[in-house]
Design a protein around this ligand. Structure first.
Ligand code: ATP
Ligand code: PRP
Ligand code: MG
Length: 281
């Protein structure tokens, strides 16, 4: 049985379970359950603190896990990123009270509050800086006004928490994080782990592409398919109406409105968009 670690709580927990459900795996129904066996797919899911997941995967006690890139880096465990799951996106950044620090080189010699000391220490080492790292569990934005630190390093998603604490970001993000699938080594080519990865890739494609279908005059086909080249190549079928063809191609969800406008301008008609619920490319 394949053994997989999933966040039991926090920002990544619900979207990770949803992604696995979308990929056809059974998930716990009670949020207090710590284990869920999916006999049909020979997979057992273990619900763990996201911060602990790299430890279990790095030691080889679990085969794969879903966690955040920032948490993997922070752990210092030699597990590797197998697949970017494209949810739970956030940046990890320096922040300080407005008007105090203007660039990240000024971090040296300061007191830095963070719940991610591993990420901060790696940055300090790589940039040959020395500073005092104050390790906190959360609500790090309070550390400066309460006097325990001069600067913080924390997860920033919308920036609301920083603004409310009177802090501004300093310099470029230390890292860009998202939910990732981790393993002990590179992805296997076959077996249940390879199948899980392929299924998750299918969900990712289904989320980022839609199927576009339209009718167009045959003499405009080259121009139209230049807008919708598809993945391999678009499907072109004859229409009963002489001189017209029907085209079908996958397009990126983010581009679909622009492409539909351009196709319409070109003379395409009956332009239809359909969601893809899953796929194997
Ligand atoms: N708005 C956010 N707040 C916190 N973490 C976020 C956010 N958006 C994405 N993440 C990611 O979620 C992971 C942290 O999850 P974790 O469960 O440890 O903290 P949490 O969601 O803040 O929950 P809690 O604070 O209750 O422990 C990190 O990988 C982080 O980058
Ligand atoms: O940029 P934002 O959208 O405001 O989100 C980022 C904030 O959210 C998280 O805090 P959380 O509420 O999880 O509390 P915690 O600090 O106790 O973990 C994170 O640690 C930041 O403080
Ligand atoms: Mg938190």
């Amino acid at each position: 049985m394949l053994r997989i670690a999933i966040p039991n709580k926090g920002t990544l927990s619900a979207p990770a379970a949803q992604m696995l459900r979308d990929a056809g795996y059974r998930q716990r129904t009670d949020p207090k359950d710590l284990v869920c066996r999916d006999e049909a797919n020979s997979v057992e899911f273990f619900y763990l603190r996201p911060r602990d997941i790299a430890t279990y995967v790095g030691s080889g006690d679990l085969d794969l896990g879903i966690t955040g890139r920032d948490l993997l880096v922070d752990s210092g465990v030699p597990a590797v990123e197998v697949l970017d799951l494209s949810f739970g996106g956030a940046t990890f950044r320096w922040a300080a009270p407005a008007g105090t620090l203007t660039s990240a080189d000024q971090i040296g010699g300061r007191r830095i509050a963070t719940a991610y000391p591993g990420v901060v220490e790696r940055y300090l080492e790589e940039n040959e800086l020395k500073a005092d790292v104050v390790r906190l569990d959360g609500a790090v934005e309070n550390a400066v006004r309460l006097g325990v630190a001069d600067v913080i390093a924390d997860v920033v998603e919308t920036g609301t928490t920083l603004r409310q604490a009177g802090l501004v970001t300093i310099g470029e993000p230390i890292l860009r994080s998202s939910a990732i699938l981790i393993g002990r080594g590179p992805a296997p080519e076959s077996g249940p782990a390879a199948q899980l990865i392929r299924r998750l890739q299918g969900v990712l494609v289904a989320r980022s592409f839609v199927m576009l279908a339209y009718d167009v005059r045959a003499d405009l086909l080259e121009n139209a398919t230049a807008l919708t080249p598809g993945i391999e190549s678009p499907t072109v079928s004859p229409l009963h109406r002489e001189g017209w063809v029907a085209v079908q191609a996958m397009v990126r969800r983010n581009d679909v409105h622009r492409i539909m406008d351009e196709l319409y301008e070109l003379g395409a008609r009956a332009i239809l968009v359909t969601d893809i619920s899953n796929c194997r490319l």
